[in-house]
Design a protein around this ligand. Sequence first.
Ligand code: 4AD
Ligand code: MG
Length: 429
Amino acid sequence: MEWVYIDSLGGHVGKQVVVKGWVYNTRSSGRIKFLVVRDGTGLVQCVINKADSEEASAAFDELTQESSVIVTGTVGEDSRAPGGYEILASGLELVHAAEPYPITPKEHGVAFLMDHRHLWLRSSKQNAILRIRAEVIKAARDYLDGQGFTQVDAPIITPSAAEGTTTLFETDYFGDKAYLSQTGQLYNEASCMAMGRVYCYGPTFRAEKAKTRRHLTEFWMLEPEIAYGTLDMVFDLSEGLTTYVVARVLEKRKRELSTLERDIARLESVVSPFPRITYDEALKLLGEKGHEVAWGDDLGAAEETVLSEAFDRPVFIHRYPAGAKAFYMQPDPENEKLVMCTDMLAPEGIGEIIGGSERIWDIELLKKRIKQHGLPREAFEWYLDLRKYGSVPHAGFGLGIERTVAWICGIRHIREAIPFPRMLHRVYP
Ligand code: 4AD
Ligand code: MG
């Protein structure tokens, strides 16, 4: 008999199949017993009739929530059943009887659920988020591959800081200092000079002391980099990537979005063009809404929330003051106080999900910036080399996967957008 996954039962109506999974819940009415099994791909109700199988009926009485079971039976259509199919069971094997399961249908506090993250992942909602996350990553990579980009990975252990020295995780590298990578960007800059258009995808680390709903200390980033690229290309590629990813999730993950009770209309409005406003315009808009920001300051979570809620789709804020941004950003030729950068804010209060810029390609200016930012020159010699041998303007950006997933899923806190979140005060499980 064929072992099938629950999401493909539709192809086996009227046939005998085997389903392997875990007990989601049970109930009985007289001689008829109902067992809902989950196998990671969905839920199916199995009907056990004592008259058909004494043995299966006896096994049913031993079941506890999350016990592992193997069910044999015939697939039938039933529009009222979860998933649309049910199994008339002829056999039920208990693989392992679960101890009393800590996560019950009653409400649990977040700390409790986070301590049991290794089990919490089994719930329908977390399952839906993980599937959407996988789709987001696949879609994003498909998009860039389709645009002619080559994936070139960046190292995780690095000798240099790229996104400020205050959020570095330091590690001992055989007696020398090394850091967990904050971004793959600097290496992308080397590989785009070799390959033209590249992207890296991997985990990145920031020792963020902030306890917010959008900061992790370990998060995943997808970072494209384009030799001869410009800020306009960053806008276009970010917009193309975001609309593609959202459309793919709408197409392939309808069921999961509905499990999450996501308002689909909010995602359907994510189409080109996205508004593009300057930092100065953003400050004006914020002022009108009662949020005064001093010129030169970076925009914080509160400001980003106000701005992102003003639009029904992502919005680009561009040309920030140089002092608010990273050392490597190219000055605006029309105003040297500004840099050629953009943050893309997702709607519904999520805030920045993409940060990108043109990079400094003049070696003297770059040396000056490294010094101004108090960065150790030795660690950047290789990076300066890129400006010695056929230097060209170039640009790129980074898309934060967890914030993107949180936005698309409509979940408030980023901690549920990654299987095992790492945050201030959390490295377990
Ligand atoms: O704006 P950031 O710091 O940009 C960079 O790291 C660039 N070097 C990327 C590049 O140009 N190649 O980070 C990019 C994105 C943010 O927009 C956000 O989505 C995410 O990474 N991010 C975080 N996500 C979760 N937790 C954190 N602590 C994050 N910090 C940044
Ligand atoms: Mg940023």
